[in-house]
Design a protein around this ligand. Sequence first.
Ligand SMILES: [Zn+2]
Length: 71
Amino acid sequence: MLECLDGPEGCKGKVEYRISPDRTDMKAFPRCEAHFEERLDQAEKNLELMSDTVPSWFDPAYAGERWYEDE
Ligand SMILES: [Zn+2]
């Protein structure tokens, strides 16, 4: 019986070994469906941060922050 890495609180669905897309080592960790979905959201943001393009969720008007430092 696998145990969710982020559990037991908030666990939902089946626990399986799942690979996060932002990991380059392709290691799989046991997670339930709910926590894997959360992890995927995080992975998406991590991937955006690692890329050089401005992520879709980044709003340059927010708090006067700018993505590019030397503009
Ligand atoms: Zn879980």
